[in-house]
Design a protein around this ligand. Structure first.
Ligand SMILES: [Zn+2]
Length: 224
């Protein structure tokens, strides 16, 4: 069986489409991205209705702004951790604190933008707990892992082949940071490192972040 991974550049967020027997989309991007998604799916000859699950790595604006529209397009189930279910259901916009000096600057800038960051709420189909969630029922050889630190409800999708889709648990490159590693904003640096360790111990070989290009998981091992 083959694994196809497609990066969907929706606004400032990399969303990913994972295709094995089933089709799963990781994150939905900021608001107003659905026509771009429709075109990207058309280019890939993928019927939106074949997507069975949308995994939301965490409930930040740039990851959930288009959930409502993507759900309408695909009819897929929406899964998010229970800590952040309300963020999606009530279209909340919590902002993380900065990690490091540049992160602190970014955090202040993002707080200033909050009044302009409006998006439609969405219903949630699967409220994920703080533990593993298997993806075999969705035709994917992999699982969702509980990887807090950037936010308290951050989740990562790990394929059996070692690709890990981590949302903002790690970032790569400008404007968020220089090179791959620690996200510039987040709740807790130590918790982030514990989640990196869980991913590495679970067999992660490549990290697919929401901001920046994929990079080898060894980078995280060296930064533990
Ligand atoms: Zn985030």
């Amino acid at each position: 069986m083959t694994t196809e991974i497609h990066k969907l550049s929706l606004g400032i967020c990399n969303c990913y489409l994972v295709k094995e027997e089933g089709l799963v989309i990781v994150d939905a991007g900021p608001p107003n991205q659905v026509s771009k998604l429709r075109m990207e799916l058309q280019t890939l000859s993928i019927d939106p209705q074949d997507i069975s699950l949308m995994l939301i790595t965490h409930g930040h604006y740039d990851h959930i702004g288009s959930v409502n529209a993507v759900k309408a397009l695909t009819n897929c189930k929406v899964a998010i951790n229970h800590h952040e279910k309300e963020w999606l259901e009530q279209a909340l916009r919590p902002m993380p604190p900065g990690i490091g000096i540049w992160g602190a600057v970014l955090s202040v800038l993002m707080h200033g933008m909050t009044p302009f960051m409006k998006f439609p709420a969405s219903s949630v189909d699967i409220s994920l707990e703080d533990k593993e969630f298997p993806l075999h029922p969705f035709g994917i050889n992999g699982k969702v892992l509980y990887t807090p630190g950037h936010t308290s409800g951050s989740m990562s999708l790990l394929l059996e082949t070692g690709e890990a889709f981590v949302g903002d648990l790690a970032m790569n490159g400008l404007p968020m940071r220089i090179g791959p590693g620690m996200p510039s904003v987040g709740d807790n640096r130590n918790t982030i490192k514990e989640s990196w360790k869980l991913l590495l111990d679970s067999g992660a070989k490549w990290i697919y972040p929401a901001h920046g290009n994929p990079f080898p998981a060894d980078v995280l091992k060296e930064a533990l």
